[in-house]
Design a binder for this molecule. Structure first.
Ligand code: MEV
Length: 436
């Protein structure tokens, strides 16, 4: 039986750790020591991390890797990636090299509209609500002005507020559907503050309006941004003559046809589409994390977009047209390069500088390219050598670490498996033989 505790968040960090060690661990000293080993020696830096969330007891590391040589819109980038999966950075780097030799990546922002909604119930007629909304619209803008002034100075602000009738789907349910431009900020706080002000204005204006008889009521249910941003959209693409795809004895035409077929399968078959898109998110999430953005928001929005016509499908498209191979991705990405963690987390700041301190729109392009590159590398492997060859080569070090291999054992094993197929059993056998 585990124990419950009251006031855990009020305990000091040391007391929290002691309670956890005593309550849950066999070897209490070891449990405490491990957490402390991951503390940063620089106490100011540690305090910064402690204060990101509640109940911080230690730091949880992920490797930060870099995929260099990404040619995007004529500029070369080294892309930072925070991820634990062994093959992701290597795959991105390979794709960057491959497309660097074939004209590079092109990326375009197709829209930057972000969305938020005030959800409310109303018991009267829609016509009366519509009239009231028309008369009240200016007040939403006016009463939110103190919140929007700075954003407007930067070129952003409220783009549109509309009344939506959803009462056919849920009795008495209506919403204010609001669109925003938040420039280089992800904008969650800006949007949510505006929405909460809109909700106040709506309620106050309704209560003061004599058109509504006593029998009619309006209740605010909630005000919140949406992570579904189909009009905050970016496209990344690559193309080259089909012949230019010829590589290592595989004809360009044969490769391109199989590749296009693989994308077509992921377009019609949801089981494949989910794995296909997961591979894309390997690249996207890694850059999102390294640049301090919210990968949960991006994941939720991207997957909803993949199912926008009612069936979950591939996020990428591929075709052969007039001798050209075209491969592209279109994804919604609400990102920020100011605010949030971007100026706070030292490694995020570092990653941003590595990218040349991009605008949010530039970051959208880089992230989309990382997703496209990752998908290219995965589908290329899947349709040629199979995924395990490259994957297991990169996983080799994990197996060696699991076996506590020494530096010399690692060196010998890596050398051996340059020409042999890596499987878990083959590596165990090889090390066992070495150790005898
Ligand atoms: C593994 O993390 C990702 C892949 O499964 C993606 C794919 O199948 O396209 C290799």
């Amino acid at each position: 039986m585990t124990q419950k505790i009251t006031g855990f968040s009020k305990l000091t960090k040391a007391a929290k750790i002691d309670w956890l060690a005593q309550t849950y661990f066999q070897d209490q000293q070891q449990a405490v020591a491990l957490l402390k080993r991951y503390w940063n020696a620089d106490s100011k830096l540690q305090q910064l991390h402690d204060e990101f969330i509640e109940n911080t007891i230690s730091n949880f590391y992920l490797p930060l890797g870099v995929a260099p040589n990404f040619d995007i819109n004529g500029k070369t980038y080294s892309i930072p990636m925070a991820i634990e999966e062994s093959s992701v950075v290597a795959a991105a780097s390979k794709a960057a090299k491959f497309w660097g030799e074939r004209g590079g990546f092109k990326a375009t922002v197709l829209g930057t509209t972000k969305v938020g909604q005030v959800h409310f119930t109303y018991t009267g007629t829609y016509e009366r609500l519509q009239e009231f909304f028309k008369d009240t619209l200016f007040r939403f803008h006016k009463e939110a002005a103190p919140l929007t002034r700075n954003m407007e100075k930067r070129g952003g602000g409220i783009k549109a507020i509309s009344l939506v009738n959803k009462s056919d789907q849920l009795p008495h349910y209506y919403q204010l559907h609001c669109e925003f431009d938040t420039q280089d900020a992800m904008g969650a706080n800006f949007i949510n503050s505006c929405l909460e002000q809109f909700a106040k204005t709506l309620k106050n204006a309704f209560e003061a309006d004599r058109r509504f008889k006593d029998a009619e009521s309006l209740e605010i249910i909630m005000s919140i941004l949406s992570n579904y941003v189909p009009n905050c959209l970016v496209r990344a693409e690559v193309n080259c003559p089909v012949d230019a795809l010829t590589e290592k004895g595989i004809e360009g035409q044969e490769f391109a046809e199989k590749f296009v077929q693989a994308i077509a399968i992921a377009t019609v078959e949801p089981y494949r589409a989910v794995t296909h898109n997961k591979g894309i998110m390997n690249g996207i999430d890694a850059v999102i994390l390294a640049t301090g953005n919210d990968f949960r928001a991006v994941e939720a929005g991207v997957h909803a977009y993949a199912a926008r016509d009612g069936q979950y499908r591939s996020l990428t498209t591929a075709e052969i047209k007039e001798g050209e191979f075209n491969f592209a991705i279109e994804i919604p990405l609400a990102l920020g390069t100011v605010g949030g963690l971007t100026k706070l987390h030292p490694l995020v700041k570092w990653s941003m500088e590595l990218l040349g301190n991009p605008s949010a729109q530039e970051l959208m392009q880089l992230v989309a390219v990382a997703g496209l590159a990752q998908n290219f590398a995965a589908v290329k492997s899947l349709t040629t050598t199979g995924i395990q060859q490259g994957h297991m080569k990169m996983h080799l070090m994990n197996i060696l670490n699991q076996m506590d291999a020494s530096a010399s054992e690692k060196q010998k094993t890596v050398h051996h498996f340059k020409t042999a197929t890596v499987t878990h059993a083959a590596v165990v056998d090889f090390i066992t033989t070495l150790r005898h």
